[in-house]
Design a protein around this ligand. Structure first.
Ligand code: F0G
Length: 345
């Protein structure tokens, strides 16, 4: 399709129907996701010496790329007559599930690590009416438990172990190719490793451009970098605080087949990129989303000429981290002289 489709925000199932696995009779549950902006990043481009664009997935209906997968997974679940859906989540999948379940008239439940998900995501999951279960454990334990639970009960599992999720998420690769054509490298944060797998599938199916897949994990949650699970993953980027990714093999295959790499970035490097994106490019993403840019800044892009960084979620999801790492407000008395001092410094 053409740029007109981007402007008109056609729901992605409609836009890419012929490349998606839904049956003709399946209902389509959509909030008009996808067609997110590909924002040129002049400051980053200058700094790295490579033409860099930001695929701002925070512009999806619930503020993250998860909506691409959720429209497919929930349409599939409705089509097969499911009444309830569930996921384990570090926050964004929970927010997305909750919205699409509400929309579809399904019961939604989410299991999240207690105290470890960003405030905005929690507010979304609750407002959209899902049952929110705070597990006294981490994401990896939550995923193991929902897998067991869905084997015993007729509840559809919509984590990215569900192939429909990846089918939906691969459309982001189609959009990049439709909009700017071939790129040399894709920088992307990696947690449960579904998204890097989905992008690679999308690029491979499109046939044309096959960029190097450059995946980045947070140093304290980098099982793919170390080649072994991390029992107690830790990072400020709570969305990717994952120690044993479900799509481990597929992600490593994407990296190997594309001559890419999986590398680690520190929390400090993530925060630096997070602030740089907000303050210098005008794009506010959440901390995990900045991992790809942190990686690009740290390692460069080899001989790539044109790079896309995927900014997976919106900065407003996590106001607490933002406030803790941004400047402070200037208090002021309601008098002109005081305002002058406050404004002019
Ligand atoms: N960025 C954000 C903002 C995320 O929420 C996630 C994953 C990722 C990157 C990593 O993507 O897992 O496909 O490798 N969030 C999941 C969740 C785990 O539950 O919301 P991945």
């Amino acid at each position: 399709m053409t740029r007109a489709a981007v402007r008109d925000r056609v729901p992605l199932i409609e836009r890419y129907r012929d490349r998606l696995p839904l049956e003709p009779g399946d209902p389509i549950v959509t909030l008009v996701e996808g067609s997110t902006p590909l924002v040129p990043a002049p400051r980053l481009s200058e700094r790295i010496g490579v033409e860099t664009h930001l695929k701002f997935e925070g512009m999806n209906p619930t503020g993250s790329f998860k909506d691409r997968g959720m429209t497919l997974a929930v349409s599939w679940a409705r089509g097969k007559g499911a009444e309830a859906i569930i996921c384990a989540s570090t926050g964004n999948t929970a927010a997305s599930l909750a919205a699409y379940a509400g929309r579809a008239g399904l019961t939604g439940a989410v299991i999240v690590p207690e105290g470890k998900i960003a405030t905005g995501k929690l507010a979304q999951a609750l407002m959209h009416g899902a049952r929110v279960i705070a597990l006294r454990g981490n994401f990896d334990e939550a995923l193991k438990l929902v897998r067991e639970l869905t084997q015993r009960h007729p509840i559809a599992l919509v984590n990215s172990v569900n192939p429909f999720r990846l089918e939906g998420q691969k459309t982001a690769a189609f959009e990049i190719l439709d909009e700017i054509g071939d790129i040399d490298a894709l920088c992307i944060p990696v947690g449960n490793a579904g998204n890097i797998t989905a992008y690679w599938k999308g690029f491979a199916e499109a046939g044309a451009g096959r960029p190097r897949m450059l995946g980045f994990q947070a140093e304290g949650a980098a099982p793919l970098v170390h080649g072994k699970p991390v029992a107690q993953p830790e990072t400020i980027a709570s969305a990717i605080r994952i120690g044993n990714p479900a799509r481990w093999e597929e992600a490593m295959d994407a990296v190997t087949s594309s001559h890419g790499a999986i590398r680690a970035v520190s929390d400090q490097e993530i925060l630096d990129a997070y602030r740089l994106l907000a303050a210098r490019e005008g794009v506010f993403c959440e901390p995990a989303s900045a991992a790809g840019v942190a990686g690009l800044l740290k390692y460069g892009a080899d001989d790539a000429k044109r790079v896309v960084c995927v900014l997976t979620g919106h900065g407003l999801k996590d106001p607490q981290t933002a406030l803790a790492h941004a400047g402070s407000v200037v208090p002021c008395e309601p008098e002109l002289a005081a305002v002058e001092r406050a404004v002019l410094g």
